[in-house]
Design a protein around this ligand. Structure first.
Ligand SMILES: [Zn+2]
Ligand SMILES: [Zn+2]
Length: 304
């Protein structure tokens, strides 16, 4: 029996002449199909993730596959038990992945890295003349990543630009492989590497999510889980006996993939916390945050 809901993940680079108008029509369409999720649309294309019933998800895919602007789009589909978003949000943005390239922006339709399917990716990863770069954020990396991959120590994609420029000499003559969750960030990141003069640049087609569904590779070579931007937070990737948890509770150091946001709202730090420690820590990332919370309580009591 199939699951009662599905999550769709997709993106498509194409020239959208009227993103505002498209948005209006798209809100109507998604509401009619009772879809929830987050969609960004801009003149450069569309990027979205939605949940809904299998019937409505199929109708949505049908619509998009037949629309002149989104014909040829690829889909990642997951079976789930319920909606994975609290509501529907469709926004018009200059960039459909916020990279902040501004005047250096370009279309991956003009320049991008060579696509590798999961099997070719896995083979190339084993070579010793390769550099594997994770194009995601640190909190995504900490939950899981490819064995042997490199996480650039940067806060934003904007800083990644400088990070690349400072060390691209070291990458010359090597095969540079890039990956991200669903593939969209690497469309531009790998394109950027090529624009910077690197020749052997590759990207994992369909991203980690596709790799984790691949029948041949079974996700081998991946450690931990994959962070996803819906209520599931994480999905499994490695379906072999080599699967392992790589993150641990910040309080007791036991293996944990449970992400919490610190209860002290000015901190809000994302941290791993096991179920037992959540009860003891009350969801604070450390004593300092717990004491800050208690302090704020005491000082507001004094002023009353
Ligand atoms: Zn713990
Ligand atoms: Zn905190």
């Amino acid at each position: 029996m199939s699951a009662p809901y599905q999550v769709l993940l997709y993106y498509f680079y194409n020239h959208f002449p009227d993103p505002e108008g498209y948005r209006e029509g798209h809100i109507e369409l998604c509401n009619r199909l009772q879809l929830r999720g987050r969609i960004l649309v801009g003149t450069e294309g569309i990027n979205g993730t939605v949940s809904g019933s299998p019937k409505n998800c199929a109708a949505y895919q049908d619509y998009m596959n037949n629309h002149p602007l989104t014909k040829g789009m690829e889909w990642k589909v997951d079976e789930v038990n319920a909606h994975q978003f609290p509501k529907l949000s469709i926004k018009v943005r200059e960039e459909i992945v916020p990279l902040g390239l501004k005047d250096e922006d370009f279309s991956p339709r003009d320049i991008t890295g060579e696509y590798l399917n999961p099997t070719l990716w896995q083979e190339m990863m084993k070579g010793d003349d390769t550099i594997i770069i994770d194009a995601r954020n640190q909190y995504e990396w900490e939950l899981g990543h490819f064995d042997g991959a490199l996480l650039p120590e940067v806060e934003s994609f904007r800083e990644l630009v400088d990070w690349v420029r400072e060390r691209k000499e070291n990458f010359q003559g090597k095969k540079v492989m890039t990956y991200c969750t669903g593939g969209i960030r690497c469309e531009k990141f790998s394109g950027f590497l090529k624009k910077e003069g690197l020749e052997d640049v590759y990207q994992l087609h369909g991203g980690i999510v596709t790799y984790g569904k691949d029948e041949q590779t079974k996700g081998a070579g991946w450690k931990g889980s994959c962070y996803v931007f819906d209520e599931r937070i994480k999905v499994p990737v490695n379906h072999t006996h080599t699967a392992e948890v790589i993150s641990s509770c910040i309080h007791c150091d036991s293996q944990s993939e449970r992400y919490l946001n610190c209860e002290w709202s000015p901190c809000n730090a994302r941290h791993f916390c096991c179920e037992a420690c959540e009860k003891k820590s009350h969801g604070y990332c450390g004593d300092a945050c717990y004491e800050a919370y208690m302090g704020s309580f005491a000082s507001s009591a004094l002023t009353e």
